[in-house]
Design a protein around this ligand. Structure first.
Ligand code: OXD
Ligand code: MN
Length: 586
């Protein structure tokens, strides 16, 4: 008798008609075979093996350089279950449309079967997925990003408890590109793209879209969050998880070199993109990282913005769509020093200053987590790490202060639900416009976000050791258009304030939006920040917030009756507090 996995693989092969099927075992020998094959057929370009041992460059099709939200669908039976923020097609319609694109798509190609585990191999919170793909580059990326091969098959056994994901490059025509999630069947189909979140199905498709659906049903949370530990001078580590929209600095924050290291504050990395969080018997909310690699945006990355990744990416890493120097080293905008000689741009054309970007703005590095000097000794703990703070944030030039703390869980959920950020290069929409992005999950929630808010609200009372909920904004600008806050390693000063709030030690001023630090409660020794800049960073302007509150009200209207009453109540309460605060006291 065929196992459920074998049956699905056979069925997929009947549809896509590959010339060969390879079951990946996850061994080093297999990775080396794939690498050699990709070097021979041009999928990989070898980097300087002296300075970048076992590192390779891949150039994707220029029409395929980012996630494509316009062709990403949640295929629930009922449209309302996908909700107003997702593209929707019924499962029948989606399959009828996309099956012909998969039919024969792997003719003349190898079909790779890649079993993987989301989460540490021995954790009760981990889940098995299997990706079928005809892209060797995807398989090689999965070596870094996930625990693949034998360990996953051993965990699965003969069970049908896995998330199947069928991926084919198809013909890479953007008009024939579809990323489909069928949460009711826990199934993924992706065709027409070989890039990042569209193609590495373990990442956004499973670990967020399908997992968020599973998490609601099973009473846990799948979130677009980094996970870090903040060590204090006594050696105690407090874990925090933070949600920011794509390309807002989650990876840099997760790998932060603390500016307060000489005072005993240090940041440890558990994950940079996704957190699966479960209620544990000890009353804590425990997070695991379902991934094993960083898939980070390269441009802007340097020794100052992320020293740890710069140390980590010098071996066993993949670079996609970056520039290539004459010395065969990767290069991108924002690297320190003058551009080296003999550079080729991300499309492989000779490059010189003034010729446009060397690296595609959403070009990426793919680097194993364990290579970071900041990796937490607990990053693969089967029990996860206990989360004491949940942090929301975005990129806001105006309005939002550096940090504020919510009044309680319900209010914190409201703060997350009202998140907004200026758009970045990680998606193919327009740049720099304010987009509402609750919990940074707009592109990743596998169901109706009204129900998602309700799930967050329902989780709160079940967590005995409830995390505090904060909001941060590293990106506020002054009248001169310059960032007010230095960011990066200095962000630890904000984390320290949060830690002291958790421990009941730091001061805060109550404002209509939440608790904001008093100027003296932040540790600011050693940075040059003028008094006016600090005041502006912490300022809560009721007029700005009335406009913000009205915009969120409009956004919430989309959800109709699926918007939880608690969110409505929080919204009204905010409006009331703002009104009272703008009435001058006589
Ligand atoms: C990512 C994204 O790649 O959010 O992590 O786009
Ligand atoms: Mn992300």
């Amino acid at each position: 008798m065929a196992t459920p996995l074998e049956s699905w693989v056979e069925e997929s092969a009947r549809l896509t008609k590959p010339s060969k099927i390879v079951w990946c075992d996850g061994s080093q020998a297999e990775n080396e075979r794939l690498t050699q094959a990709m070097l021979s057929d041009g999928t990989y370009i070898e980097l300087n093996q002296k300075t970048y041992p076992r590192c390779y460059l891949h150039r994707s099709n220029p029409n395929d350089v980012a996630r494509t939200e316009g062709v990403t669908f949640i295929n629930t039976r009922k449209k309302e279950d996908a909700g107003p923020t997702n593209n929707w097609m019924s499962p029948e319609e989606a399959k009828a449309k996309v099956r012909p694109l998969l039919d024969g798509a792997m003719k003349g190609r190898t079909m790779y079967v890649v079993p993987y585990i989301g989460g540490p191999a021995n954790s009760p919170y981990s889940k098995v997925g299997v990706e079928i793909t005809d892209s060797a580059y995807v398989v090689a990326s999965m070596y870094i990003m996930s625990r693949i091969g034998k360990a996953a098959l051993d965990r699965l056994g003969n069970s049908d408890d896995f998330v199947p994901g069928l991926h084919s490059l198809g013909d890479l025509n953007p008009g024939r590109r579809f990323i489909l999630q069928f949460p009711e069947e826990k199934l993924i189909w992706s065709v027409g793209s070989g890039y990042g979140g569209n193609a590495l199905l373990a990442k956004k498709c499973f670990a967020l879209r399908i997992a968020s659906w599973m998490a609601r049903g099973q009473g846990w949370m799948a979130e677009h969050m980094l996970i870090i530990g903040l060590e204090d001078p006594s050696g105690k580590v407090t874990y925090m998880a933070a949600a920011f929209p794509s390309a807002c600095g989650k990876t840099n924050m997760a790998m932060m070199v603390s500016a307060l290291q000489d005072q005993g504050y240090r940041v440890w990395t558990v994950g940079d993109d996704i957190a699966w969080m479960h209620l544990a018997a000890d009353g804590t909310l425990r997070a695991i990282n379902p991934e094993t690699g960083f898939f980070g945006v390269a441009p802007g990355t340097n020794e100052r913005t992320n020293l740890n990744i710069m140390k980590a990416l010098h071996h066993d890493s993949i670079f996609t769509n970056v520039g290539l120097s004459g010395a065969r080293e990767p290069w991108w905008e924002g690297m320190e020093g003058a551009p080296p000689e003999g550079m080729m741009d991300w499309k492989g054309q000779p490059w010189s200053l003034g010729k446009g970007p060397v690296a595609q703005p959403n070009s990426r590095y793919t680097v194993p987590v364990k290579q970071s000097p900041s990796v937490s000794p607990h990053w693969e703990d089967a029990a996860g790490v206990p989360i004491s703070a949940l942090i929301f944030g975005g990129r806001r030039a105006r309005v939002a202060p550096l940090v504020y703390e919510s009044f309680n869980w319900e209010h914190g959920v409201f703060v997350g639900a009202t998140m907004a950020s200026e758009t970045t290069v990680a998606i193919t929409d327009s740049l720099g416009v304010v987009r509402r992005d609750p919990m940074a999950m707009i592109p990743f929630c596998g169901y109706n976000m009204g129900d998602y808010f309700a799930h967050w609200l329902a989780m709160g009372p079940k967590i005995k050791e409830q995390p505090k909920i904060f909001n941060v904004n590293w990106f506020r600008k002054g009248a001169d258009g310059k960032f007010l806050w230095p960011g990066y390693g200095e962000n630890v000063r904000v984390l320290k304030w949060m830690l002291e709030r958790i421990e009941g030690r730091a001061d805060a001023a109550e404002t209509p939006i939440g608790y904001v630090p008093t100027a003296s409660s932040l540790t600011l020794d050693g940075i040059s920040l003028s008094q006016p800049a600090l005041e502006e960073l912490l300022r809560v302007d009721p007029a700005d917030w009335v406009a913000e509150e009205e915009a969120t009200g409009k956004f919430f209207e989309k959800f109709g009756s699926r918007l939880p009453a608690e969110i409505r109540k929080e919204h009204e309460a905010l409006a009331g507090r703002l009104q009272r605060s703008s009435v001058p006291v006589k």
